[in-house]
Design a protein around this ligand. Structure first.
Ligand code: DOR
Length: 448
């Protein structure tokens, strides 16, 4: 008989469900067996002294682009999931804009098989909706697929869904969460034409939030919200970037009861339009990073629970691709390794509490997508944990970057708050700068 593997973490500040308490955790095999001010353990076991550091649940990132299959010159599931682990993200939901796109059950199964063989973090894959795959969508096993993803605005990968009839049919017929990218195409196209008329080939990057404007976002997200209300669909609006859109969401009911929810991403909380001057296309995202006022409103919306989930939209492109002129440089940037340090630094700047970070980046994605037994420091749950040194300062430099693309929009930034260790399914997979070569990852399952 195989002996149980037991790990006791002592001298920790445990962060869970709005509380921080000094205590211990006992992990047996891949699950948390007990948490408390003191926990007893019998037999052979490992003890880890957390040295007074914080221990939080592993983050569940509900929006990443890991580029496999087909775009593996930018990233792979293996490279980016290692970076995620180093950043305290233990589970990810990956997007369908790969090549081939994840818009058939066959492609979806193939991605899962690739992740089973190569992922270092727990994984699940969203299924992409298109103008013509309704039959595939209706045949999905909703117990295995975390959600549908619809690009209601175009971005990397030509996945625009713009047939109103199809969108209505999808909204009316699926029980799955429908995660949407909202930017109105016609508005963007008209704005782009104006920019081309004014600047020709040399559109300055500062025009990006004017082309992919507040109006483009609002028009699209308000239409999606209206359609969800009419059809009863379960809508999750991705990467909110404007103050104006916050009026579309509510904070007077618990998350579990909400039918319309929203996500905000680290880059929209960190950068503002003032940063285009220095960061250039490295902070070109869709939706665009907008004004300082928008950024302040997003922090407020997050703290007021108008926004439910904190995520990354990790979307790597190569340095060479990003070095193109505005028109040709793709949108997106890598974030999974640095999102948590950025959030901890924002905590030190008085923008958010540690408890709120845990609520929005760990608990809420688990609740929203019905992720089974993860996202909390709870007895019986999988032992996905992050040991965090809240005081440690570190500067992002090229030598420590794990992304395949080898760059970060945060290069040169000094963060206060660092990941010391990551435990995945009961195994230490990241220790003081080193990611284990052995994967402990599992496929996420859903409690539906
Ligand atoms: O900036 C972005 N990049 N936004 C998206 O929605 C897609 C992503 C990508 O895949 O490159």
């Amino acid at each position: 008989m195989k002996l149980d593997s037991k790990l006791k973490i002592v001298n920790a500040k445990l962060v869970n469900e709005g509380r921080i308490f000094e205590g211990e955790i006992l992990i047996v095999n891949d699950r948390i067996q007990k948490t408390g001010s003191q926990v007893d353990v019998e037999g052979t076991h490992e003890v880890f002294d957390a040295d007074g550091n914080y221990v939080i649940p592993g983050l569940i990132d509900d929006q990443v682009h890991f580029r496999e299959p087909g775009l593996t010159h930018k990233a792979t599931i293996a490279t980016e999931s290692r970076a995620a682990i180093a950043g305290g993200i233990t589970s990810f939901l990956e997007m369908p804009n790969t090549n081939p796109q994840t818009t058939t059950r066959e492609e979806w199964e193939a991605k899962n098989a690739q992740a089973a063989a190569t992922s270092f973090a727990n994984y699940a894959f969203m299924f992409g909706g298109t103008n013509d795959n309704l039959e595939e969508i209706l045949a999905l096993d909703t117990k295995r697929v975390p959600a549908l993803k619809l690009f209601l605005g175009s971005s990397t990968g030509n996945m625009l869904v713009d047939n109103p009839e199809v969108i209505r049919k999808i909204f009316s017929n699926t029980d799955l969460v429908i995660a949407v990218h909202c930017e109105d195409e016609a508005t963007i196209r008209a704005n782009m034409q104006m920019a081309v008329d004014a600047y020709g080939e040399d559109i300055p990057i500062e025009e990006h939030p004017i082309i992919r404007s507040e109006e483009a976002c609002y028009l699209s997200s308000s239409q999606a919200v209206a359609l969800a209300k009419e059809t009863g669909a379960r809508l999750h609006v991705f990467h909110l970037s404007t103050a104006k859109e916050l009026s579309l969401f509510q904070n007077d009911i618990p998350l579990k009861e909400k039918k319309i929810t929203a996500e905000v991403c680290v880059h929209h909380l960190w950068f503002s339009s003032e940063d285009y001057k220095t960061k250039g296309t490295h902070i070109k995202w869709n939706p665009a990073v907008k004004t300082k006022e928008d950024r302040a409103a997003l922090w407020e919306g997050l703290n007021l629970d108008l926004l439910d989930v904190l995520a990354t939209d990790h979307a790597p492109h190569t340095k060479e691709e990003k070095a193109n002129k505005y028109g040709q440089a793709p949108s997106g940037g890598p974030l999974v390794q640095h999102a948590l340090p950025a959030l901890l630094s924002a905590h030190h700047q008085g923008k958010i509490t540690v408890e709120k970070i845990v609520e929005k980046a760990c608990h809420n994605p688990a609740i929203l997508f019905d992720v089974k037994d993860r996202g909390f420091l709870k007895e019986g749950y999988f032992a996905d944990l992050v040991v965090v040194d809240l005081e440690k300062e570190h500067t992002v430099d090229a030598s420590s970057i794990l992304y395949k693309c080898g760059w970060s929009p945060f290069e040169g930034t000094t963060f206060k708050g660092a990941v010391v260790r990551t435990l995945l399914n009961g195994k230490w997979v990241y220790k003081e700068g080193v990611v284990s070569e052995e994967s402990a990852a599992k496929q996420l399952t859903f409690d539906r």
